[in-house]
Design a protein around this ligand. Structure first.
Ligand code: ATR
Length: 281
């Protein structure tokens, strides 16, 4: 079939995102725009898959000729286990959001979340991380996935603050060789200032906010919530109330992590800004 000058075969390559809940995922819409933009013949669907069903569902997907998968909550650690081998950044983050079928039939596990975040911050938002002082709220899987790419941009220092203090301390210790990083509880933040505060807790999902002291944000400081929603999240509103220069949600990160996955699958880089803008109301 010839469509818009592009020769297409009638069997598009199959991709999907697995997760639970998945109904409201923006990923199919994002990848559809990427495919149209770059003339790639593929379809990308969202499938509700529980942790229990995950191994069988992935086996079935690739057995039927699927080429690549994204995995989201609560499946990223399981995807890490499933992969036959993993990139260095996926290895360190102990979570995989992208599975890629290799020519020999093996499955490569990648994590594009961290690169998605730093691309949105640096390239799209013009935020420089070099010599900055960064606070990461939360010490779960979302934090683990972004720390390596953040440290690679040479901030002056990174602090991880978490409700369960020991998790922040242990997580910081895993990355100690890559830069100046330490873990603490929220109480220990009093009197400190940061040029960038990232919310990687799952508190946003229930519209809650970690207990944050006054004066945490330096002048011209930036706030970034890894979560996103149709309305500003509680943390985005906190940033606005605390005079952040920018207080952003994770829509840009979502599109950029998708673009990196698309590039790994197809070898083509889509243009992300029109896609990000298409989701803004
Ligand atoms: P994810 O994979 O999304 O990171 P997770 O591994 O379950 O999910 O981690 C959730 C993170 O959000 C944790 O750091 C959690 O703090 P605890 O380790 O103390 O549980 C944090 N979190 C969740 N709800 C929170 C809340 N209401 N206030 C502060 N932190 C919260």
């Amino acid at each position: 079939m010839v469509e818009g000058g592009i020769v297409k075969n009638s069997n598009p390559d199959q991709y999907a995102v697995f997760g639970s809940p998945i109904k409201h995922s923006k990923s199919p819409g994002i990848h559809k725009q990427f495919a149209i933009q770059t003339g790639q013949n593929l379809v990308y669907t969202a499938q509700e898959v529980s942790a229990e069903d995950f191994p069988n569902a992935v086996d079935g997907f690739f057995a039927k000729g699927g080429k690549g998968l994204n995995c989201t909550v609560p499946l990223k650690e399981l995807a890490w286990q499933y992969a036959d081998f993993r990139s260095e950044r996926a290895e360190r983050s102990r979570a995989v959001n992208t599975l890629i079928l290799q020519d020999d039939g093996s499955i490569l596990g990648e994590n594009t979340d961290g690169i998605g975040l730093v691309t949105d911050l640096v390239a799209n938002q013009g935020v420089s991380l070099k010599d900055s002082s960064i606070l990461i709220l939360g010490a779960g899987g979302a934090s683990r996935g972004i720390i390596g790419p953040i440290l690679s941009l040479l901030p002056d220092n990174v602090v991880i603050a978490n409700r369960t203090v020991i998790k922040a301390i242990n997580l910081a210790e895993e990355f100690i060789g890559l830069g100046s990083i330490k873990g603490c509880g929220f109480d220990a933040l009093a009197g400190q200032k940061f040029s960038l505060v990232l919310n990687a807790t799952s508190a946003s999902l229930t519209n809650q906010l970690p207990p944050l002291p006054e004066g945490l944000l330096a002048e011209n400081g930036v706030c970034y919530d890894l979560a996103y929603g149709d309305e500003p999240t509680a943390f985005v509103r906190w940033g606005q109330a605390n005079h952040a220069e920018k207080s952003l949600d994770g829509l840009g990160m979502l599109v950029e992590q998708a673009a990196e996955a698309f590039y790994l699958w197809r070898g083509v880089r889509p243009d992300t800004l029109p896609v990000i803008n298409s989701f803004k109301t």
